[in-house]
Design a protein around this ligand. Structure first.
Ligand code: AMP
Length: 536
């Protein structure tokens, strides 16, 4: 028997229209290149997004056509997030931190028809413009600089359209956005999000046990809008009508703290590197900023050590760890305290908060062992984290080579090695390609790194496997010490021996100036291995 409910497609259009009617006066604030603030309201944002949609229709951009963005986080990027899908197009967010050749490859692979680019990123565009063939390049003015010949001002393009935009009918499974994975090995792979997956993800992300967002919040995504939809925050905030603040090109700790203070931000999100910088600034100038009294920040993208959570608590700021991937929209898990762990000791609660948390509603996970069997939820048994759900990729866009990322029974293979405990808390111990197998047992490089980063003189630490005649592999630690600090390998070894099983403690430590990073701010183990082991 069929239900008697209306059957309406889940579309981003509804999020836009609700923002324009319910939250017309709520502000969207963007920091421009000279640090001045551009302010307007959801009412104006939606009106301009619709004008963008109409201008794209007039330019004969069709359903399913890709329009690329090469932009920082700001109001025009938000208009693109909504305006492009509104007319049936696909907003392709291009990672500005990739090499120019990779950007050209991605734009060509996605067959983008139009490119929206920030004027401050034109030097990057110049590096690959001869390799791409888009019909139009629209320049967003974050400065007063004139637009180069042959390119069009975004504002002029918008001015070509009237106010009469009518949403075309769309299928909820139609594409609305796409991002390419950062591709540490091989070519980047395209993940295409649908209206339906994006709406369901936004609703779930807002839930109290996930990111806990409401229209009383002021949200500042530090995570770039070119990296997995800024973790969906621009969609979530628009859905629930939260005030949004965008940092533009200024992501250094002091600029962010100034902006948090000026706009009274109480919710933020970013990778551990950003929070590391914020901690340093707060430690050295504790009285400089009058932050919101209950500021909370989501951290993800790579592991946030427990010591980081504790240090932020010392500043009255709550850090909430979450896990996800480009392929998972990205929210897969978030570390909140379930009733079963609320009553545990403080140390045990910290230990749970330092996991990546428990699974979001409407997604399922399993830990697949080497033996091809799902592992028990005992907090010890390791295996590959596999996931499925409404906003989890089931395929890649136009992949030319075969791929083993999807299982025959319909799960995404995340490439992360993890455990799950009886309360459902997931701990990521490694990437499959980074695991260290010593004497037949796995050593978690993430656990070693987090413990090392708990040492007061250690700024950063990354651990890779080094081939070893006797044990197969042994861990090798690369350590960056804080400015002015002095550290010996023996001190670190003794520190670890107090906290980890002896056989897991590295024998060798290399002190370096910085850990190499990927385009999305993660430790690049590939580059580190090249640096330390001179491998290819
Ligand atoms: P990306 O697709 O660039 O967002 O990268 C996704 C990968 O980042 C995941 O597969 C994990 O390896 C890693 N990752 C994301 N969040 C976390 C986290 N909280 N802790 C550890 N690793 C994480």
């Amino acid at each position: 028997m069929q239900s008697t409910m209306m059957h309406r497609p889940l579309l981003l259009d509804e999020i836009m229209e609700r923002a324009a009617t319910e939250f017309a006066d709520i502000e969207v604030v963007s920091q421009l290149a000279d640090k001045s603030l551009h302010r307007y309201t959801y009412g104006e944002m939606v009106a301009r997004a619709k004008r963008l949609a109409q201008a794209l229709l007039d330019a004969r951009v069709g359903h399913g056509d890709r329009v690329a963005t090469l932009c920082w986080n700001h109001y025009v990027h938000l208009e693109a997030y909504f305006g492009i899908p509104a007319m049936g197009g696909v907003c392709h967010m291009v990672n500005i931190r990739l090499a120019a050749d990779d950007i050209a490859w991605i734009i060509n692979h996605a067959e983008d028809r139009i490119l929206i680019v920030d004027d401050v990123l034109l030097p990057l565009y110049d590096q690959f413009k001869d390799q791409i063939d888009v019909e139009k390049v629209l320049v967003v003015s974050l400065t007063d600089q004139p637009v180069p010949d042959g390119l069009e001002r975004f504002e002029d393009f918008l001015a070509t359209a009237g106010d009469g935009f009518i949403y075309p009918d769309k299928d909820e499974n139609a594409a609305c956005g796409m991002c390419y994975t950062s591709g540490t090995t091989g070519r980047p792979k395209g993940v295409v999000y649908s209206h339906r997956s994006t709406v369901l993800h936004a609703i779930t992300a807002a839930l109290p046990d996930m990111l806990d967002l409401s229209y009383n919040d002021t949200v500042l995504p530090v995570v770039p809008m070119f990296h997995v939809n800024a973790w969906g925050l621009p969609y979530v905030a628009t859905l629930i009508g939260a005030k949004q603040v965008f940092p533009g090109p200024h992501l250094d700790a002091e600029s962010l703290l100034d902006l948090y203070t000026a706009e009274n931000v109480n919710v933020s999100a970013g990778v551990p590197t950003i929070w590391m910088g914020i901690l340093e600034a707060l430690d050295t100038q504790p009285d400089r900023w009058a932050l919101h009294p209950s500021l909370r920040m989501t951290v993800g993208g790579s592991a946030a050590p427990e010591s980081m959570l504790r240090r932020f608590d010392g500043h009255g700021i709550e850090l909430i760890q979450a896990w996800g991937m480009t392929e998972t929209s990205p929210l897969g898990t978030a570390a909140r305290l379930k009733p079963s762990v609320q009553k545990l000791s403080e140390d045990e609660r910290y230990a749970r908060r330092a996991t990546v948390g428990s699974t979001a509603p409407l997604v399922q996970i399993r830990i697949m062992g080497d033996d091809g069997l799902p592992q028990p939820r005992d907090g010890h048994s390791m295996g590959e984290l596999q996931i499925r759900g409404h906003w989890i990729a089931g395929d890649y866009y136009r992949l030319e080579t075969s791929d083993d990322k999807f299982t025959a029974d319909g799960w995404l293979r995340t490439g992360d090695i993890a455990t799950v405990d009886a309360d459902g808390y997931v701990t990521i111990t490694d990437r499959t390609k980074d695991v260290i197998k010593s004497g037949g047992e796995w050593i978690s490089s993430v656990a070693l790194e987090n413990t090392l980063m708990g040492h007061e003189d250690v700024a950063e630490a990354a651990v890779v496997a080094r081939p070893d005649d006797k044990w197969g592999e042994r861990p090798l630690a690369a350590v960056v010490v804080h400015d002015g600090a002095q550290l010996e390998a023996d001190t670190l070894r003794a520190y670890l021996l107090e906290r980890m099983p002896k056989w897991q403690v590295p024998d060798d430590y290399v002190f370096i100036d910085a850990i190499p990073r990927t385009s999305t701010g993660k430790f690049s183990k590939l580059d580190l291995r090249r640096l330390l082991l001179e491998t290819d």
